[in-house]
Design a protein around this ligand. Structure first.
Ligand SMILES: [Zn+2]
Length: 442
């Protein structure tokens, strides 16, 4: 009897002391990413933690209290270019709890959330600092100063995959996909901007993470004619090599490998720290059905041109344009493609991906493909379209198009379009190819 009680007390004592010792979480490291619209702080903790954030005035500060946790690292400081944070300080709130104080350059709107462990990281606490809504009246920027001339540029949105908290795939030598993609994206932008009648926008310009949907929103804001997402593949077999080009599939991936890859790339938001809203997906899929066949057709055309240029650079992985359900390609209204430039998991290709000369070759191949496509199908109103007005243009009908709108866009009479295309009705089906005859007056 006594023995049992003794054992019981012992167990109780053990449990009590055990919980006290193991209960305090350890904040093991910290990362800080400065993006144009926000700054992100990420804390790695060895267990799930509870936290509280609040702001203080004069001077502006943001306080992050983490319950039952201790700090074992030194704070990482923001660079002087960071628009929000002057200094990061670590302290103790009391014996058990940790306090992190951000000395701010201005009043901010904070947001915080915790993330469960995944393949790359353990438990994380993420704190994002945004501009306060009242002072975020952004000046709308234009791609290039809009000239008075009627003909606009063809706009290419270039999306460097991953970034910041999300490194993407890595090579055996430690190269990170996020660095390679940004280097290629910047070279491609310079090449596109140097072309007459074309200009480019980057979805990210530095080492920070942008949620997948926001990447498409940026492209849409600049009315991009094409969205090109740049990536570098990884596969468990280090022998896998070569480039591939993907477009969105509505009916699922074209191969098992494509399905696997799409899963990896779509997980970027989970690693980067943003959860995708499911409700949004339902709405998106409805919208997509309405107009996507024309967009997919255009995506296919552009992707085919890019792939054939990449073939001239060397061996490609997929000989045809591949299809998969990449989140970043799901714009219903914007032709989009994803280029896996090479396998970073292949030692030889990893070396080449880090070479500036090879990055430029890849950028040049992508540019040639894109240019070839737009020379064949220039968007209405663009300089490229006006240069083509000497010859017939093939126009692919999009959702919302009417025959009269198309006629007025090309400044041509309805009857000419009707007779040239042998139309019996003015009702157009999406995806139909209309030939716009060369203008006799020019
Ligand atoms: Zn990627």
């Amino acid at each position: 009897m006594n023995g049992i009680i003794l054992k019981f007390t012992f167990l109780l004592l053990f449990l009590l002391t055990g919980t006290v010792n193991a209960g305090q979480a350890v904040i093991q490291s910290m990362r800080l990413w400065s993006a144009p619209d926000h700054t992100r702080l990420v804390f790695d903790v060895d267990a799930a933690v509870e936290h509280k954030i609040f702001t203080l005035k004069s001077p502006d500060r943001l306080v992050i209290d983490i319950s039952n946790a201790r700090l074992t690292v030194k704070p990482q400081q923001a660079t002087s270019q960071d628009q929000f944070i002057r200094q990061v300080r670590f302290g103790k709130q009391d014996k058990r709890n940790s306090r992190i104080v951000l000395d701010l350059k201005k009043t901010v709107q904070p947001r915080s959330f915790v993330l469960k462990p995944n393949k790359q990281y353990g438990h994380r606490l993420v704190v994002d600092v945004y501009q306060k809504a009242s002072d975020s009246k952004q000046k709308s920027k234009s791609v290039k100063t809009v000239s008075k001339t009627y003909h606009r540029d063809v706009v290419i949105a270039i999306d460097a995959g991953h970034g910041g908290e999300d490194p993407g795939a890595s090579g055996a030598k430690g190269s990170k996909e996020k660095r390679v993609t940004l280097a290629i994206a910047k070279k491609l932008k310079a090449l596109v901007d140097a072309e007459k009648g074309m200009s480019a926008v980057l979805t990210r310009k530095g080492d920070y993470y942008i949620p997948l949907r926001q990447r498409m929103d940026i492209a849409r804001k600049y009315k991009a004619d094409l969205f090109v997402s740049i990536h570098a593949d990884a596969f468990k077999d280090p022998r896998a090599s070569g480039a591939s080009v993907y477009v969105l599939s509505r009916r699922g991936a074209s191969s098992e490998a494509a399905k696997w890859l799409a899963k990896q790339e779509n997980a970027a938001d989970l690693i980067g720290g943003v959860k995708l809203g499911d409700k949004d997906d339902v709405l998106a899929s409805v919208l997509m059905d309405l107009s996507q066949s024309a967009t997919i057709q255009a995506s296919n055309g552009a992707a085919g041109q890019v792939l054939s240029q990449l073939k001239r650079l060397g061996k490609v992985h997929g000989r045809k344009v591949q299809r998969a359900g990449f989140m970043v390609l799901k714009s219903p209204d914007m032709p989009s493609m994803l280029v896996e430039t090479a396998f970073i998991s292949n030692p030889q290709e990893e070396r080449r991906l880090n070479s500036a000369a090879h990055q430029k070759r890849l950028a040049k191949a992508i540019l040639s493909g894109v240019k070839n496509y737009f020379q064949q199908s220039p968007p209405p109103g663009s300089l490229m379209a006006s240069q083509q007005s000497q010859s017939d243009i093939v126009y692919i009908v999009k959702a919302g198009d009417t025959l009269s709108a198309i006629a007025s866009r090309y400044q041509i009479s309805l009857n000419v379009i009707r007779s040239y295309n042998k139309l019996r009705t003015d009702v157009l089906s999406i995806g139909k190819r209309l030939t716009i005859p060369a203008r006799s007056d020019s």
